[in-house]
Design a protein around this ligand. Structure first.
Ligand code: PRT
Ligand code: ZN
Length: 283
Protein backbone atom coordinates (compact mmCIF):
# COMPACT_ATOMS: atom_id res chain seq x y z
CA UNK A 1 0.00 0.00 0.00
CA UNK A 2 1.23 3.49 -0.92
CA UNK A 3 0.83 6.25 1.67
CA UNK A 4 0.06 9.81 0.50
CA UNK A 5 0.22 12.89 2.73
CA UNK A 6 -2.10 15.76 1.87
CA UNK A 7 -3.04 18.96 3.68
CA UNK A 8 -5.69 18.39 6.33
CA UNK A 9 -7.45 21.69 6.00
CA UNK A 10 -6.42 24.68 3.94
CA UNK A 11 -5.97 25.94 0.43
CA UNK A 12 -4.53 22.69 -0.94
CA UNK A 13 -7.02 20.30 0.64
CA UNK A 14 -10.01 20.39 -1.72
CA UNK A 15 -8.00 20.24 -4.94
CA UNK A 16 -5.79 17.45 -3.58
CA UNK A 17 -8.81 15.36 -2.58
CA UNK A 18 -10.55 16.11 -5.88
CA UNK A 19 -7.54 14.95 -7.85
CA UNK A 20 -7.50 11.66 -5.93
CA UNK A 21 -11.24 11.22 -6.50
CA UNK A 22 -10.97 12.07 -10.20
CA UNK A 23 -8.39 9.29 -10.46
CA UNK A 24 -11.25 6.95 -9.54
CA UNK A 25 -9.86 6.33 -6.06
CA UNK A 26 -12.68 6.07 -3.50
CA UNK A 27 -12.33 6.58 0.22
CA UNK A 28 -14.42 7.60 3.16
CA UNK A 29 -13.22 10.87 4.63
CA UNK A 30 -14.25 12.61 7.80
CA UNK A 31 -12.92 15.93 9.04
CA UNK A 32 -12.02 14.26 12.35
CA UNK A 33 -9.89 11.48 10.92
CA UNK A 34 -6.16 11.90 10.35
CA UNK A 35 -5.87 8.79 8.22
CA UNK A 36 -8.06 6.89 5.77
CA UNK A 37 -7.69 4.01 3.34
CA UNK A 38 -9.02 3.76 -0.17
CA UNK A 39 -11.62 1.11 -0.72
CA UNK A 40 -10.59 0.38 -4.34
CA UNK A 41 -6.89 1.31 -4.73
CA UNK A 42 -3.83 0.46 -2.59
CA UNK A 43 -3.60 3.98 -1.16
CA UNK A 44 -3.63 5.25 2.40
CA UNK A 45 -4.21 8.97 2.94
CA UNK A 46 -2.66 10.94 5.81
CA UNK A 47 -4.04 14.40 6.60
CA UNK A 48 -1.31 16.77 7.86
CA UNK A 49 -0.25 20.41 8.19
CA UNK A 50 1.25 21.42 4.84
CA UNK A 51 4.56 22.43 6.47
CA UNK A 52 5.05 18.88 7.77
CA UNK A 53 4.48 17.15 4.43
CA UNK A 54 7.99 17.54 2.86
CA UNK A 55 9.66 16.24 6.05
CA UNK A 56 7.32 13.25 6.38
CA UNK A 57 7.94 12.29 2.74
CA UNK A 58 11.72 12.80 3.02
CA UNK A 59 11.77 10.56 6.13
CA UNK A 60 9.58 7.92 4.52
CA UNK A 61 6.73 8.26 7.04
CA UNK A 62 4.65 9.03 3.95
CA UNK A 63 5.68 7.70 0.52
CA UNK A 64 4.30 10.58 -1.51
CA UNK A 65 2.61 13.91 -0.84
CA UNK A 66 1.01 16.99 -2.30
CA UNK A 67 2.40 20.35 -1.19
CA UNK A 68 2.99 23.90 -2.45
CA UNK A 69 6.37 24.50 -4.11
CA UNK A 70 6.80 27.53 -1.84
CA UNK A 71 6.85 25.28 1.24
CA UNK A 72 8.92 22.57 -0.46
CA UNK A 73 11.67 24.89 -1.68
CA UNK A 74 11.65 26.92 1.56
CA UNK A 75 12.39 23.66 3.38
CA UNK A 76 15.17 22.85 0.89
CA UNK A 77 13.50 19.63 -0.31
CA UNK A 78 12.86 20.37 -3.99
CA UNK A 79 14.70 17.16 -4.96
CA UNK A 80 11.57 15.25 -3.86
CA UNK A 81 9.52 16.74 -6.73
CA UNK A 82 7.88 14.28 -9.09
CA UNK A 83 5.73 16.72 -11.02
CA UNK A 84 3.76 19.94 -10.96
CA UNK A 85 0.02 19.54 -10.56
CA UNK A 86 -1.24 22.85 -11.93
CA UNK A 87 -3.45 23.95 -9.01
CA UNK A 88 -3.02 26.29 -5.99
CA UNK A 89 -1.02 28.67 -8.14
CA UNK A 90 0.33 31.67 -6.28
CA UNK A 91 3.45 33.80 -6.00
CA UNK A 92 5.75 34.91 -3.21
CA UNK A 93 6.16 38.65 -3.58
CA UNK A 94 7.78 41.62 -1.92
CA UNK A 95 5.43 44.46 -1.04
CA UNK A 96 5.88 47.94 0.44
CA UNK A 97 3.41 50.51 1.81
CA UNK A 98 1.47 52.03 -1.09
CA UNK A 99 2.70 55.57 -0.46
CA UNK A 100 6.40 54.65 -0.22
CA UNK A 101 8.81 55.47 -3.02
CA UNK A 102 10.09 52.35 -4.74
CA UNK A 103 12.04 52.12 -7.95
CA UNK A 104 14.08 48.92 -7.67
CA UNK A 105 15.11 46.13 -5.32
CA UNK A 106 18.17 48.22 -4.36
CA UNK A 107 15.73 50.41 -2.38
CA UNK A 108 15.41 47.56 0.15
CA UNK A 109 19.12 47.73 1.08
CA UNK A 110 19.41 47.87 4.89
CA UNK A 111 15.64 47.65 5.38
CA UNK A 112 13.65 45.28 7.61
CA UNK A 113 11.55 42.73 5.77
CA UNK A 114 8.97 40.49 7.47
CA UNK A 115 8.24 37.07 5.99
CA UNK A 116 7.41 33.44 6.69
CA UNK A 117 9.79 32.44 3.88
CA UNK A 118 13.27 33.53 5.04
CA UNK A 119 15.17 31.09 2.80
CA UNK A 120 13.38 31.93 -0.44
CA UNK A 121 13.72 35.62 0.37
CA UNK A 122 17.41 35.35 1.27
CA UNK A 123 18.14 33.56 -2.02
CA UNK A 124 16.37 36.32 -3.94
CA UNK A 125 18.17 39.13 -2.08
CA UNK A 126 21.54 37.41 -2.57
CA UNK A 127 20.86 37.02 -6.29
CA UNK A 128 20.32 40.78 -6.50
CA UNK A 129 23.18 41.68 -4.18
CA UNK A 130 20.90 43.32 -1.61
CA UNK A 131 21.52 43.11 2.14
CA UNK A 132 18.46 43.46 4.36
CA UNK A 133 17.30 42.27 7.79
CA UNK A 134 14.85 39.42 7.50
CA UNK A 135 12.32 39.05 10.34
CA UNK A 136 10.77 35.61 10.29
CA UNK A 137 7.18 35.55 11.53
CA UNK A 138 4.71 32.72 11.14
CA UNK A 139 1.55 34.60 10.19
CA UNK A 140 -0.22 37.94 9.64
CA UNK A 141 2.84 39.15 7.74
CA UNK A 142 0.85 41.83 5.96
CA UNK A 143 0.36 43.89 9.12
CA UNK A 144 4.12 44.13 9.84
CA UNK A 145 4.62 47.59 8.21
CA UNK A 146 1.60 49.16 9.92
CA UNK A 147 2.77 48.03 13.39
CA UNK A 148 6.31 49.24 12.75
CA UNK A 149 7.96 45.80 12.59
CA UNK A 150 9.26 46.14 9.05
CA UNK A 151 9.41 48.50 6.07
CA UNK A 152 8.53 45.74 3.61
CA UNK A 153 7.01 42.27 3.57
CA UNK A 154 7.50 39.14 1.52
CA UNK A 155 4.36 37.02 1.42
CA UNK A 156 2.20 34.74 -0.69
CA UNK A 157 -0.07 36.59 -3.11
CA UNK A 158 -2.85 35.16 -5.19
CA UNK A 159 -5.52 37.73 -6.13
CA UNK A 160 -3.61 40.62 -4.51
CA UNK A 161 -6.60 41.79 -2.49
CA UNK A 162 -4.97 41.12 0.92
CA UNK A 163 -2.10 43.44 -0.01
CA UNK A 164 -4.49 46.14 -1.22
CA UNK A 165 -6.67 45.96 1.87
CA UNK A 166 -3.56 46.39 4.03
CA UNK A 167 -2.37 49.44 2.08
CA UNK A 168 0.51 47.58 0.42
CA UNK A 169 1.87 47.48 -3.14
CA UNK A 170 3.44 44.42 -4.77
CA UNK A 171 6.87 45.39 -6.09
CA UNK A 172 8.87 42.21 -6.82
CA UNK A 173 7.97 38.62 -7.64
CA UNK A 174 10.33 36.42 -5.63
CA UNK A 175 9.00 32.95 -6.48
CA UNK A 176 6.17 31.38 -8.51
CA UNK A 177 4.45 28.40 -6.96
CA UNK A 178 1.87 25.70 -7.57
CA UNK A 179 0.97 22.37 -5.98
CA UNK A 180 3.46 19.58 -6.67
CA UNK A 181 3.47 15.85 -6.18
CA UNK A 182 6.51 14.74 -4.20
CA UNK A 183 7.87 11.28 -3.46
CA UNK A 184 10.37 9.62 -1.16
CA UNK A 185 13.48 8.71 -3.12
CA UNK A 186 13.77 5.14 -1.76
CA UNK A 187 10.40 3.61 -2.64
CA UNK A 188 10.47 -0.17 -2.99
CA UNK A 189 9.51 -1.81 -6.31
CA UNK A 190 5.96 -2.51 -5.22
CA UNK A 191 5.37 1.08 -4.15
CA UNK A 192 7.00 2.40 -7.32
CA UNK A 193 4.53 0.36 -9.34
CA UNK A 194 1.56 1.76 -7.42
CA UNK A 195 2.94 5.27 -7.95
CA UNK A 196 3.24 4.58 -11.70
CA UNK A 197 -0.39 3.46 -11.76
CA UNK A 198 -1.43 6.58 -9.88
CA UNK A 199 0.58 8.84 -12.21
CA UNK A 200 -1.00 7.19 -15.26
CA UNK A 201 -4.41 8.20 -13.90
CA UNK A 202 -3.24 11.68 -12.87
CA UNK A 203 -2.01 12.30 -16.42
CA UNK A 204 -5.32 11.14 -17.89
CA UNK A 205 -7.18 13.56 -15.61
CA UNK A 206 -4.79 16.45 -16.38
CA UNK A 207 -4.97 15.88 -20.13
CA UNK A 208 -8.75 15.85 -19.95
CA UNK A 209 -8.78 19.11 -17.98
CA UNK A 210 -6.83 20.86 -20.72
CA UNK A 211 -8.79 19.35 -23.60
CA UNK A 212 -12.30 19.82 -25.01
CA UNK A 213 -14.23 17.53 -27.29
CA UNK A 214 -15.50 19.42 -30.31
CA UNK A 215 -18.22 18.44 -32.77
CA UNK A 216 -19.11 20.56 -35.81
CA UNK A 217 -20.70 20.46 -39.23
CA UNK A 218 -18.82 21.47 -42.39
CA UNK A 219 -19.57 21.47 -46.12
CA UNK A 220 -17.79 18.50 -47.73
CA UNK A 221 -15.49 20.70 -49.80
CA UNK A 222 -14.17 22.25 -46.54
CA UNK A 223 -13.52 18.98 -44.70
CA UNK A 224 -9.87 18.91 -45.61
CA UNK A 225 -9.06 22.50 -44.67
CA UNK A 226 -11.04 22.28 -41.42
CA UNK A 227 -9.32 18.96 -40.56
CA UNK A 228 -5.98 20.75 -40.70
CA UNK A 229 -7.21 23.07 -37.95
CA UNK A 230 -8.27 20.12 -35.79
CA UNK A 231 -5.45 17.59 -35.58
CA UNK A 232 -7.05 15.91 -32.51
CA UNK A 233 -5.26 12.93 -30.99
CA UNK A 234 -4.49 11.38 -34.39
CA UNK A 235 -6.87 12.99 -36.87
CA UNK A 236 -10.49 14.12 -36.64
CA UNK A 237 -13.32 11.64 -37.13
CA UNK A 238 -15.35 12.55 -40.23
CA UNK A 239 -18.91 11.26 -40.61
CA UNK A 240 -21.51 12.03 -43.29
CA UNK A 241 -24.49 14.11 -42.20
CA UNK A 242 -28.01 13.09 -43.20
CA UNK A 243 -28.02 16.24 -45.34
CA UNK A 244 -26.30 15.82 -48.71
CA UNK A 245 -22.99 17.68 -49.12
CA UNK A 246 -22.28 18.04 -45.35
CA UNK A 247 -20.10 16.17 -42.87
CA UNK A 248 -19.77 16.09 -39.12
CA UNK A 249 -16.26 16.39 -37.68
CA UNK A 250 -15.32 15.21 -34.17
CA UNK A 251 -12.02 16.09 -32.57
CA UNK A 252 -10.19 17.24 -29.45
CA UNK A 253 -8.84 20.76 -28.96
CA UNK A 254 -6.56 22.22 -26.33
CA UNK A 255 -8.18 24.74 -24.04
CA UNK A 256 -5.33 27.22 -24.59
CA UNK A 257 -5.87 27.31 -28.38
CA UNK A 258 -9.60 27.02 -28.13
CA UNK A 259 -10.91 30.52 -28.98
CA UNK A 260 -8.43 31.04 -31.76
CA UNK A 261 -9.43 27.76 -33.38
CA UNK A 262 -13.14 28.49 -33.07
CA UNK A 263 -12.70 31.74 -35.01
CA UNK A 264 -10.78 30.00 -37.77
CA UNK A 265 -13.39 27.24 -37.93
CA UNK A 266 -16.17 29.77 -38.40
CA UNK A 267 -14.22 31.50 -41.15
CA UNK A 268 -13.80 28.11 -42.85
CA UNK A 269 -17.61 27.64 -42.91
CA UNK A 270 -18.12 25.40 -39.85
CA UNK A 271 -21.59 25.43 -38.32
CA UNK A 272 -23.34 23.97 -35.27
CA UNK A 273 -20.17 23.86 -33.21
CA UNK A 274 -20.57 21.93 -29.95
CA UNK A 275 -17.85 21.91 -27.29
CA UNK A 276 -18.04 19.28 -24.57
CA UNK A 277 -15.85 18.66 -21.49
CA UNK A 278 -13.83 15.45 -21.41
CA UNK A 279 -13.73 13.35 -18.26
CA UNK A 280 -10.62 11.22 -18.87
CA UNK A 281 -8.19 11.12 -21.77
CA UNK A 282 -5.85 8.19 -22.40
CA UNK A 283 -3.53 8.49 -25.39
O1 PRT B 1 -2.66 24.73 8.47
P1 PRT B 1 -1.59 24.55 7.45
O2 PRT B 1 -0.21 24.84 7.95
O3 PRT B 1 -1.71 23.23 6.76
O4 PRT B 1 -1.95 25.62 6.29
P2 PRT B 1 -1.37 27.09 6.00
O5 PRT B 1 -2.27 28.06 6.66
O6 PRT B 1 0.10 27.16 6.27
O7 PRT B 1 -1.50 27.15 4.42
P3 PRT B 1 -2.70 27.59 3.47
O8 PRT B 1 -3.80 26.60 3.53
O9 PRT B 1 -3.04 29.03 3.69
O10 PRT B 1 -1.95 27.50 2.08
C1 PRT B 1 -1.49 26.27 1.61
C2 PRT B 1 -0.75 26.52 0.29
O11 PRT B 1 -1.65 27.09 -0.67
C3 PRT B 1 0.39 27.55 0.35
O12 PRT B 1 1.59 27.01 0.84
C4 PRT B 1 0.49 27.96 -1.10
O13 PRT B 1 1.26 27.01 -1.83
C5 PRT B 1 -0.94 27.86 -1.62
N1 PRT B 1 -1.63 29.17 -1.78
C6 PRT B 1 -2.28 29.56 -2.91
C7 PRT B 1 -1.75 30.15 -0.88
C8 PRT B 1 -2.51 31.17 -1.47
N2 PRT B 1 -2.83 30.77 -2.73
C9 PRT B 1 -2.81 32.36 -0.71
N3 PRT B 1 -3.47 33.26 -1.24
N4 PRT B 1 -1.31 30.28 0.40
C10 PRT B 1 -1.62 31.37 1.10
N5 PRT B 1 -2.35 32.41 0.62
C11 PRT B 1 -2.61 33.54 1.57
C12 PRT B 1 -1.44 34.51 1.72
O14 PRT B 1 -0.57 34.08 2.76
C13 PRT B 1 -2.13 35.82 2.09
O15 PRT B 1 -2.44 35.88 3.45
O16 PRT B 1 -3.68 34.33 1.12
C14 PRT B 1 -3.42 35.72 1.31
C15 PRT B 1 -3.23 36.39 -0.03
O17 PRT B 1 -4.28 36.07 -0.89
P4 PRT B 1 -4.83 37.15 -1.93
O18 PRT B 1 -5.77 36.39 -2.81
O19 PRT B 1 -5.55 38.20 -1.12
O20 PRT B 1 -3.66 37.70 -2.69
ZN1 ZN C 1 1.31 25.75 6.91
Amino acid sequence: MLRIAIQKSGRLSDDSLNLIRECGISFISSSLKLKTESTNFPLEILFLRDDDIPGYVADGVADIGIVGENVLVEEGKEELTVEKLGFSKCRLSLAVPKADEYSSIADLEGKNIATSYPNLLQTYLDKHGVKAQIHTISGSVEIAPSIGLAEAICDIVSSGSTLISNGLREVERVFSSQAVLIANSNLNEEKKQILEKLLFRVHAVQRAQRAKYIVLNVPNDQVESVSQLLPGIKAPTVMPLAEEGWSSLHSVVNEDDFWEIIEKLKEAGAQGILVVPIEKMIV
